[in-house]
Design a protein around this ligand. Structure first.
Ligand SMILES: [Zn+2]
Length: 134
């Protein structure tokens, strides 16, 4: 930094007011004006190093799921994938340890499957029931 009056290079300048103008000057030139309380220095504020938090797996999964929502025709997709595998709702329900009635309601889109259900159905049927929100 250079003194705005004499041009001397100096690390620490003083802020001073000379004829109504705020200048950054060296110690010597500071006597020309009225010194302000504030000093401008090259000092940099030491920021604490960012801490990397290791999230538990459940939380990371949740984070991953953010921005994803269930597809509109989830019932149709489940039914199609199930029928393609030649499974009845009862057989599929047994495979994923859920009630057949629940599966029926999901296929009829009467209810939305839970995340757990989506996971199980997706794994069992090889389908992706979640999509990115547009
Ligand atoms: Zn100076």
């Amino acid at each position: 930094m250079d003194c705005e009056i004499c041009g001397k290079e100096i690390g620490k300048l003083r802020q001073t007011v000379v004829d109504g103008n705020t200048l950054f000057v060296c110690e010597e030139c500071a006597s020309f004006g009225k010194e302000k309380a504030v000093e401008k220095t090259e000092k940099t504020v030491q920021k604490p190093a960012p801490q990397r938090t290791i999230l538990p797996p459940e939380f990371r999964k949740k984070e991953f799921d953010l921005g994803l929502e269930i597809v509109d025709d989830f019932g149709k997709q489940i039914r199609k994938a199930r029928e393609a595998k030649g499974m009845t709702t009862k057989e599929l329900a047994m495979k994923i340890f859920e009630k057949e009635s629940l599966l029926h309601r999901i296929e009829n889109q009467a209810i939305k499957p839970s995340d757990e259900m989506i996971k199980k159905l997706g794994k069992q049927l090889g389908i992706q029931l979640k999509k990115k929100i547009e």
